[in-house]
Design a protein around this ligand. Structure first.
Ligand code: ATP
Length: 609
């Protein structure tokens, strides 16, 4: 239930819905009772039971049920005295009955509208909060979570919560009121019968709760399977070239099919059990009605009850009124576990703390003027340290090349600077300030990043270059593209700068993609640049264009480059040789060759291209 209320909490502020809703549902339930109690005077009038109430005087006005009832009987008696007689009563009762049904439905509709408003705002808030987490969480979060699970949470879990939790709001807030008020009316009509029927409720409750427990367990299993399915789908969509090249279609299809079959089976089980709820509760309800008929009939036949025929029929009709809401409650209780399980998955992600965030008193960092210092830092992803007691000073304007074998910790060193992760020991300082003490936005504003894999978005070329900046100046974007040697190919595209480049820039060549990411960094024009050089070889022409663009990008900037090319490394002011998370050598190309250590070996082994 805690989850239910936490989810409900997302629809705050309640005063936008609750008072209005309460008014509607009270009117809805009262009108519902009135409908069928109208049968009693009608039956009495038509069949001359001698139980008709007589009101010959228009009652004095007061805000009470008694007044309404007396007015009703007054007009009913008036009908009896006119020519139309009993038929007049019939017409009169039918008109009042019809009017109350119209009004009841009107208020039902209005209450539903309030709920829809609440439901839409709650679902929107849920998606907003999830996306906020997806866009701000630390990188560690994305390593720990499966992408498919995250996608299934924001898509199907949210829909599941909407379908079951939000839909059951109506059932849980409206239908009990209908049932209770109807029961009060039933109690007024006949105490004996009503007490007798209440005894049946615990049995239904027990049946429903045993089904719902099982459903919750299965729902968790099904969602895990759906996450897996989405994962395989996502991987297939993004790795389609490799799948084709390695003839992996059959393998990947079989993998998908296995999970898909398991998912289908679980969904079938869940659905079958869910569907049980409605017929079971209907049968239980009708069974109670049948018993009431027998018991009530027995009482009347043996003159043990003062129920008149009109009241008995009215009683039964009213009792039928309870069946639909009782059935709804039964279905809601079986639908709810699945929704709550989905809700728990949504809340788990919404509740996750982001370990990398601004301190409350974070200082601003207006620019970059002096140096970057890695001061005796230690870092680990899991148990084993990946960076061990590393110190490195990078003065402004210098270019530092990080080199070393694969897995030496170069990317990690670069990732620590924009606080993708925080160090566990030591500190990193920019202009003498610990980067954990400054505003993250300011820190990242002074850095640009060009990664090995060209990461682009399915948007126009213009928006990709000006990424993150609203109302970017067109001239500036073109200038950046020209410096990055990208302008020429961009204007040859069908829509020039407005060309949409497809998922991850699929519609462009590798070299073109890289030049766009370089143009993006040039456009941002940050004083610090983090560059992960691409290892995959482009053709000579394209490579020359990319290299030239990179050289221009690095000009007059402080650059940390994870270097793979000897030409880049030779130009570096400081070459840092890393091995197993430690800095083993540091100096210029000539100095390090002279040292005759790891660096020289790497060069000799032609590690660099
Ligand atoms: N998200 C992660 N979770 C756990 N371990 C990781 C993670 N990322 C990297 N590592 C480990 O940290 C070590 C350093 O990785 P890093 O990517 O920094 O190396 P690198 O020198 O950049 O290698 P390469 O040149 O191959 O990219 C490796 O042993 C790697 O297995």
């Amino acid at each position: 239930m805690k989850t239910f209320f936490r989810l409900l909490d997302l629809s705050r502020p309640y005063h936008h819905y609750v008072p209005e809703y309460i008014v509607y549902i009270i009117l809805y339930s009262l009108l519902g009772i009135m409908n069928f109690t109208l049968l009693i005077p009608m039956m009495n009038a038509l069949f001359d039971t001698g139980h008709q109430q007589i009101v010959t005087q228009m009652p004095e006005f007061s805000v009470s049920f008694g007044y309404l009832k007396d007015v009703f009987y007054y007009y009913l008696n008036q009908q009896l005295t006119t020519e139309a007689g009993k038929f007049g009563v019939l017409v009169y009762v039918c008109i009042v009955l019809f009017a109350t049904i119209v009004l009841k439905n009107l208020f039902g509709y209005l209450s539903q509208k309030v709920l829809t408003r609440m439901r839409v705002s709650m679902v929107k808030k849920m998606r907003d909060r999830l996306f906020e987490q997806f866009s701000t969480q630390s990188l560690r979060f994305f390593h720990d979570e499966r992408k498919g699970d995250l996608l299934s949470t924001i898509s199907s879990d949210v829909v599941e919560v909407e379908n079951s939790v939000v839909t059951s709001l109506q059932t849980l807030f409206r239908d009990p009121l209908v049932i209770i008020s109807t029961f009060i009316a039933l109690f007024v009509i006949s105490k004996e019968l009503t007490i007798f029927t209440i005894l049946f409720f615990p049995i239904s409750g027990w049946l429903i709760s045993s089904v719902s427990k099982k459903l919750k367990r299965q729902s968790n299993i099904s969602q895990g399977l759906l996450g897996k399915l989405l994962n395989v789908t996502e991987e297939t969509l993004s790795g389609i070239r490799i799948i084709k090249a390695f003839n992996g279609e059959k393998f990947i299809r079989e993998k998908f099919d296995k999970d898909n079959s398991a998912f289908a089976q679980t969904v079938k089980n869940i659905q079958n059990q869910r569907e049980m709820a409605s017929p079971v509760s209907e049968i239980l309800g009708v069974l109670v009605v049948v018993i009431i008929m027998l018991y009530g009939g027995y009482l009347i036949l043996n003159h043990k009850s003062n129920l008149d025929p009109g009241m008995f029929i009215g009683y039964l009709a009213l009792y039928f009124q309870i069946l639909a809401p009782a059935k709804n409650i039964g279905s809601a209780f079986t639908a709810l576990p699945k929704g709550l399980a989905a809700g728990e998955r949504v809340l788990r992600i919404i509740d996750l703390d982001n370990p990398i965030k601004d301190k409350p008193n974070a200082k601003s960092l207006p620019g970059f003027t002096d140096s970057i210092v890695y001061d005796n830092i230690t870092f680990r992803y899991n148990e084993t340290p990946v960076i061990k007691n590393v110190s490195l000073t990078i003065p402004k304007g210098k270019m530092v090349a990080l080199v070393g074998k694969s897995g030496a910790g170069k990317t990690t060193m670069a990732d620590l600077l924009p606080r993708f992760y925080d160090v566990q020991g030591g500190k990193i300082m920019v202009d003498g300030q610990d980067i954990r003490d400054v505003k993250m936005h300011d820190l990242r504003a002074i850095m640009g990043m060009v990664s090995q894999e060209a990461i682009l978005f399915n948007d126009s070329i213009f928006n990709n270059i000006a990424f993150g900046q609203e109302n970017a100046d067109k001239e500036e974007v073109i200038r950046a593209a020209k410096i990055a040697n990208a302008h020429e190919f961009i204007i040859k595209q069908d829509d020039g700068y407005d060309t949409v480049i497809g998922d991850r820039g699929m519609k462009l060549s590798g070299g073109q993609r890289q030049r766009l990411t370089i143009a993006r960094a040039i456009f941002k024009n940050p004083p610090i640049l983090i560059l992960d050089e691409a290892t995959s070889a482009l053709d000579t022409e394209s490579e020359k264009l990319v290299q030239d663009a990179l050289d221009k990008l690095m000009e007059n900037r402080t650059t940390i480059v994870i270097a793979h090319r000897l030409s880049t490394i030779q130009h570096a002011d400081i070459i840092v040789v890393m091995d197993q998370g430690e800095i083993k050598e540091q100096g210029t190309h000539e100095e390090l060759i002279a040292v005759n250590g790891i660096y020289k070996k790497l060069v000799e082994m032609q590690e660099f291209k």
